[in-house]
Design a binder for this molecule. Sequence first.
Ligand code: NAD
Length: 268
Amino acid sequence: MESYRIGVVGCAGRMGRMIARIVQQTEGCVLAGGSDRPDCGALGSDLGVLAGLGALGLPVSDDTVTLFARSDAVIDFTTPAATAIHADLAAQAHAVFVVGTTGLDSAQEKRITLAAKHTAVVRAANMSLGVNLLLGLVEQVARALDPDYDIEVLEMHHRHKADAPSGTALALGAAAAAGRGVDLERAAVRSRDGITGPRNPGDIGFATLRGGDVAGDHSVIFAGPGERIVLEHRATSREVFAKGAIKAALWARDRKPGLYSMRDVLGI
Ligand code: NAD
């Protein structure tokens, strides 16, 4: 079988570089190229060198249209605005589109949904096996417990993270809400400050910590009368996200158009 050509948008970023390296090291896959913003500081650099490999003769470019045209699949860990544009390009090029970017607003989400009418899109706020297992466990526990158990989601990430709460924390909140049969939009309390008064029954609270180089820690706390259940995941390396994204791209090869989740990819 011919090598599967994977393009990386945002290839100069923390995740982009790691994904480029692991694509090149994955059997049956080859880098189609990488693109980033004109002001990223890496334009024209060799993608292989940027990714910590030897030179590959693939300069980082800002020509995203050409990148999509020559890729079987494109992996996107960039920004919400960029991801919305890339979704349109994926639809036009019929390239498999794997999206890890978090913090999208509803208009940007819609562009992803539209793209999925034309090509296979895999989207997950977290591409790790552990977090996707945790999502199922959180839903189960929330379903089993009565509403007397208060649900709080706590997350910590590195100092550069742009959005809060993390996409994973929101996904965990959504899993808890689904288990409890409530709407997260109504139940979520995304920050607290000052004289907040007592906690409202049924709230799903979020708390965010930022600092250092933390790859991603998440806990879901079910605090009831006389006991507390804590479900926790800690990522110790971003590699789990990069490997998950490449697994998703391979899984989506030749799949019919549609919006898929990491739980589809992992079969859980
Ligand atoms: P980063 O800032 O290091 O990298 C983002 C890259 O995207 C930068 O190089 C930036 O220049 C580039 N970019 C921005 N606009 C662009 C455009 N229009 N065209 C091409 N490139 C563009 O950030 P990061 O830590 O790599 O994270 C990126 C995103 O991935 C964030 O939303 C983060 O929350 C998410 N993330 C998701 C997972 C997951 O498993 N789903 C894991 C880690 C991070």
